[in-house]
Design a protein around this ligand. Sequence first.
Ligand code: HEM
Length: 446
Amino acid sequence: MVAATIPRGPRGGRLMGNMREFNSDSLGFVERCAREFGDVVPTRFLYVPALFLFHPDQVEYVLAAGSKNFIKAASLRSPFFRRLVGNGLVTSEGDFWRRQRRLAQPAFHRDRVEAYARTMVAYAGRMLGHWGDGRTLDAHEEMMALTRVVVAQTLFSADVSEDSGEIGDALGRLVRPFAAQATLKWILDNRLPTPAHLRFNRDVRKIDRFVYRLIEERRASGEDTGDLLSMLLAAQDEDGSGMSDRQLRDELMTIFLAGHETTALALTWAWYLLAQNPGAEARLAQELQGVLGGRAPTVGDMPRLRYAEWVVKESMRLYPPAWAVGRECVRECEVGGLRVTKGMQVFGFQWVIQRDPRWFADPLAFRPERWGDESISRIPRYAYFPFGGGPRLCIGNYFATMEAVLILATIARRFRLRLAPGHEVEVLPALSLRPKHGLKVRLESR
Ligand code: HEM
């Protein structure tokens, strides 16, 4: 086992990955690291040593086989994150996390999730009520509004649609800094009283009040609606005590934020890629015509919507909504022949690994049908990991995949989405991978 050393750059200089460089061009920076220094790259953020991983086997070690040696990355412990999601499923650790995960799990079982399908399709249909031939709109905004309503309705039986009043707007605004500006700088500056931060704090308070009221009303009614909120409310420790309102709030907020931005992005990038690949778009339309004829999809159609599922998978390969996963080492271990010491921040990058020609032929091409090739079963398990892996695997992976396929099918059988002329699509790697200026599209009825 050798000690981690900082590799030398091509001109003999040290690779000092600093925050500014990382912040100004994160994707370019990590791509350069992989190209110039290989699969395991030690670097630093200011004084904090970090390790970048670009090989599936090393990612597998950190997320799965060696996961006991790691906790979530330090960035998740920032005051910004704490204020937003507290000690919910994404951020909690150890036995506490294990218990919470066990309690939430039934809401994400296959049977339960399939019962949400009808709601997903119904809300997608409702959205199409204001779509029309020739209209130009922002597909990213539309997908965000849709997945927001779906997650709140299916898991908390709460109505957060625009017409439900200002809570929908506040949620929309809240996710913007969460997603768009949550660079390290924004997070560190969060305590400064800038207008954006004041508005952020005001919105969090407003949503807090909404979530606490939801909890209070459900407690008071004693009704078991069979949703996630009911399950968490019914959960009790051996001593008979239930979860505190504060903990319930953290879990709801976490699920809400983790559960809609990402799915909206998977769909947004799928529209972007389909618009540029008429062959794939035509093949999707053909499948939808064959399977659905003129009707809306149901969960029973899922096994036959194979191409639609490949479109979603291939979109998440090229534009993974979670473009990196981070951990902090808590027990010394070895990764890719390097010693990793306590406190080191370790990152695996979907953005780089899922575009690596070692695992994907013609890696930058959008080829949904590659997921039907027999050879795809031979790639390493962590060559494709949009939902992470190991014990902290995304709890909503099936929920998200089903939702994305059903929404894609509901929309694509009615409309073709063309990129609006002159609209520039730029990738913004914030907490998730977003289109910086949205995705302006022109609708064409089928
Ligand atoms: C395409 C959509 C989605 C993507 C790409 C995605 C991605 C991820 C990833 C990469 C992780 C692991 C993070 C890590 O290991 O540090 C994760 C965790 C998580 N996701 Fe998702 N997610 C999606 C949809 C959802 C949905 C729909 C929900 C809930 C409704 C959800 C809830 C969660 C939760 C609660 C965790 C933390 C799980 C734990 O640590 O026990 N996600 N997600």
